[in-house]
Design a protein around this ligand. Structure first.
Ligand code: MV4
Length: 445
């Protein structure tokens, strides 16, 4: 097992990883920017190292500074959390070149899944269902027209290096294809420095359902069920559920069997999430995330398993602690991502928190690095707390969530707690039959 783990992240996820390390008896090293000297993740770590000024590119993305911090503190492994360097294959190579262990997948798998066309080709060849689309990159608009006619309109032009919805354009018919194609290209070049695009049939009212998997270095691969992440605004998720209100256990089992078989073939290691669009009873793979995700707690709650602990054990060479048949799916969990934003305009509201009182009680979990007196800095992501509830049924979970949101007191900054209260009280949400478009319409009304 590792002697000391450096956590290359901040905020609630740094705390989340510290907690797993502490239970495993492994001391941690925190890294922080000058803006985060007073941050909770620094206070709770055994050791900390300042790695640069506030802008992330100079601190949390500063690879030489992070590797130096590991070296001077004698850390032998690095956990990247999510965001920042979590899906940077070059970083993984450098970590390993320094004789350290990256707690995550192999660099080659991160690079493969970062290329959406390569990811789709790999999954298709391993028997995972895809959205109908182009066979690889579409080099020019003439090819695009031919492919679109074949798969049928509407089509979606997507960036190979894409993510977060950038470089993505819908074409309703052949007339709008030329413009969609060149716009997607231009946007992709600006956002990713890579203008390669591909085509898919556009699904007009899908749900976003993702599957959590975990693989060890001994060929064991299991899944921990699905999360429904359809409630998002501008590609920012607001609320996630496990399981999905839209699917039945037999669908989960079938998808899980296919996905774990595919990743076993691929030789994948550590945590990963397969993203699917689900419409009319069919799953279609779109992307794979090669990291621990923000919303992992809902999975932990229904399975009763510490995913970060498993990530660390696997990275150290241990076998998975669970066989598929030992993984229960018990009850229902919901997570609210609470951000420091105006709940109507979504404008960030950094500043000093005067009162912080988190809800508690049975089936309530709060993952947050806030404390009374803390000043939320303006430089980073605005998520300040995750409220996760777990209960025997979805209805019980909704009632528990309403109670917990009412109990939450964050004073001094505006947060999205009032928006979550509105969502929880909405009959449409309660019915559970929403698509990826539901929330945008909800916030507009
Ligand atoms: C799609 C789609 C409809 N049809 N692909 C958005 C970001 C990227 N990860 C994939 N995305 C989508 N791909 C096809 N063929 C609709 C979306 C999409 C979406 C997907 C998941 C969650 C939220 C979304 C919001 C808008 C569009």
């Amino acid at each position: 097992m590792f002697q000391k783990i450096l956590i290359a992240n901040r905020g609630e996820i740094a705390l989340r990883i510290q907690r797993a390390c502490r239970e495993l008896g492994i001391p941690t090293v925190a890294v922080h920017s000058t803006a985060d000297a007073e941050a909770m993740h620094v206070r709770l770590a055994e050791e900390s190292v300042c790695i640069g000024p506030p802008p992330a590119k100079d601190s949390y993305l500063n690879i030489p500074a992070i590797l130096s911090a590991a070296s001077i503190t004698g850390a032998d492994a690095i956990h990247p959390g999510y965001g920042f360097l979590a899906e940077n294959a070059r970083f993984v190579d450098m970590v390993e070149a320094h004789g350290l262990t990256f707690i995550g997948p192999a660099a080659a798998h991160i690079a493969m899944m970062g290329d959406k066309v390569a990811a789709k080709a790999a999954m298709a060849s391993l028997g995972v269902p895809l959205v109908p689309g182009s066979d690889g990159v579409v080099p020019d608009v003439a090819t695009a027209r031919r492919v679109a006619a074949q798969i049928g309109y509407p089509v979606l032009v997507k960036a190979v290096a894409g993510g977060g919805g950038r470089g993505m354009k819908v074409a309703r018919d052949a007339t709008s294809l030329d413009e969609a194609f060149s716009l997607a290209r231009t946007e992709a070049r600006a956002a990713f420095g890579n203008d390669a695009v591909y085509l898919e049939r556009y699904l007009d009212r899908p749900r976003h359902i993702e599957l959590q998997i975990m693989a060890d270095a001994h060929g064991n691969v299991v899944h921990f069920g699905e999360r429904d992440c359809s409630l998002q605004r501008r590609h920012q998720k607001l609320l996630e559920e496990a399981g999905s209100p839209a699917i039945v256990p037999a669908e989960r089992d079938a998808l899980g069997a296919r996905a774990t078989a595919a990743l076993r073939q691929l030789g994948y290691r550590n945590a990963g999430t397969l993203e699917f669009l689900y419409q009319d009873g069919n799953f279609a793979f779109i992307e794979m995330n090669t990291r621990l995700q923000v919303e992992h707690p809902v999975t932990e709650m229904v399975c009763g398993i510490d995913l970060v602990r498993e990530q660390i054990r696997i990275a150290a060479g241990s076998e998975l602690g669970y066989l598929q048949r030992d993984i229960p799916f018990s009850g229902h969990a919901i997570e609210c991502r609470i951000t420091a934003e105006d709940p109507e305009s979504f404008i960030p509201t950094p500043g000093r928190v005067s009162v912080f009182h988190a809800p508690g009680g049975l089936g309530v979990r709060v993952d947050s690095a806030l404390y009374a007196g803390y000043v939320v800095p303006p430089y980073y992501d605005s998520m300040v707390a995750k409220l996760i509830v777990h209960a025997p049924t979805r209805l019980d979970a909704i009632n528990r969530l309403r109670r917990a949101l009412d109990e939450f007191a964050i004073v001094g900054i505006q947060t999205t707690v009032p928006l979550h209260q509105r969502i929880v009280d909405d009959p449409g949400f309660q019915a559970g039959d929403y698509t990826i478009h539901w929330l945008e319409q909800f916030v507009a009304r």
